[in-house]
Design a protein around this ligand. Structure first.
Ligand code: ZN
Length: 148
């Protein structure tokens, strides 16, 4: 279990160091801003949905390693997937980091890197922020997302 946990931490460190899809998306048709005042994390997510598929996704933001790595890993997890799958991942991720039962390993895949976050309540909002922001973007919520 220790080795597994170290591997997961490597994933988070790697995504924080070199975030994937850290860019605005040209012709994005969905966007939302997220704010986690507790930690100072801020994020903007851009999504281009084509048909029912997340054709392209990018983010920019500032904040702690957990929030930035979570955003980066999120973009790689949902890019090219149907919107319904992205929403399913959001639900599974939210359940995992808030400690609602056993994580859905088959659905979560690499996102299991964040399973340990549930042991650090102050970090749960950091990990969740990008997902809440994506969720808002897909639903065209006009209110800015805040974890408070
Ligand atoms: Zn944070």
């Amino acid at each position: 279990m220790t080795d597994l946990r170290e591997l997961y931490q490597q994933v988070i460190l790697d995504h924080n160091r070199s975030p994937r899809n850290f860019r605005q998306v040209p012709n994005a048709n969905h966007t939302a801003d997220g704010d986690n005042p507790l930690c100072g994390d801020r994020i903007t997510v851009w999504v281009r949905v084509d048909g029912d598929v997340v054709d392209d996704i990018g983010f920019q933001g500032t904040g702690c390693a957990i929030s930035q790595a979570s955003a980066s890993l999120m973009t790689t997890a949902v890019k090219g997937k149907p919107v319904a799958d992205a929403e399913r991942l959001f639900a599974a991720f939210h359940a995992m980091v808030t400690g609602a039962g056993e994580p859905d390993r088959a659905t979560l895949g690499k996102l299991l890197a964040f399973a340990g976050v549930r042991e650090f309540p102050a970090r749960v909002k950091c990990a969740n922020l990008p997902w809440h922001t994506l969720h808002a973007a897909l639903r065209d919520t006009t209110e800015p997302v805040t974890t408070e």
